[in-house]
Design a protein around this ligand. Sequence first.
Ligand SMILES: Nc1nc2c(ncn2[C@@H]2O[C@H](COP(=O)(O)OP(=O)(O)OP(=O)(O)O)[C@@H](O)[C@H]2O)c(=O)[nH]1
Ligand SMILES: [Mg+2]
Length: 316
Amino acid sequence: MINYLNDEDHEAQKILFTGLDTAGKTSIIMALQREFSKIAILSPTRGAQRRIFEFLGKNISEWDLGGQKSYRISYLKNPNKYFDNTEILIYVIDIQDKDRKNESLSYLKDVMKKLDELEIAPPIYIFFHKFDPVLSKSAYSEYSDLIVNLKQEIKNSIDHEELYFYNTSVYEFPTLIKAMSEILLSLYPKADLIDKTITEFARKVKSDGVAILDDNSLLIGSYYKNEFTKNILNASMPYFLTLHDSFHVVDKNLTANERIKNHVMVQRDGRYFIFKQIFLHEDIPPYYLLLVKEKPDFDKGDINSLSNLLRELLYK
Ligand SMILES: Nc1nc2c(ncn2[C@@H]2O[C@H](COP(=O)(O)OP(=O)(O)OP(=O)(O)O)[C@@H](O)[C@H]2O)c(=O)[nH]1
Ligand SMILES: [Mg+2]
């Protein structure tokens, strides 16, 4: 049976985004849904906004806690309601907002105290956010230093086993994909099996690199022959997704069968990058396959057998 998304979230795993207002929490969530046009017009999140989505056949309940002061006070007053059952906590810090560094650290400590009181110790992922690629050299080194100091301060003041750090920016989409994919895959015991399946597929189709993403831009598994392929695939993946999205107007008029045949192909330096939707079940959003090959061909049978293996792994 397909374990498809339902409205009941009691069995879903809870991921909580928190941090000060304007830190960029909602922007990160929107970027992963590739709703880039909405980021420019976001207003402050009011209270706790929840969304349930499916990741590898599991329901994830994503909580975006609006960070304005009055809301923060109410979360800390009602920790059961907001913080309990958190399986993963993502704490977003705007590194460009130096003036509020202490305010942010202080709220982080308050949140940690509530988790202790609730006797839960989820892994904490700190995002040093707005580490934008367009920063000038001096800003870049200033923010890098700030991050080093912040990291140390956090490690010194918080006694927590699972504390991880990421530098992120909505203007560098791969940073978000990397962070969120690693975080979500940590919840998923079958991650190694997916990688194995993909590695075998890569060998079979003579590909130097294969990556599979889901509709939330999350990388669910990959194989890379070497570091070079890894870097190039990771850097180009998000752009294939957005490019692919832009064909939606055409795709939506096609039958499912016609859609299966579609793909995007880019030739570069004697290699072919092939990007293709794969459908595991009609009720769930498609997955996306990106592969690099020396020849611009792929066998429909190979892709079908990969889809079948993934279907078995994820939904049986
Ligand atoms: N330079 C830069 N700006 C960003 C980035 N991410 C978000 N922003 C901007 O930061 C502002 C606040 O973003 P939001 O996502 O609304 O912040 P939030 O943390 O959800 O704020 P609350 O909902 O009030 O808690 C917006 O103007 C975004 O465009 C980033 O990576 N770099
Ligand atoms: Mg928000």
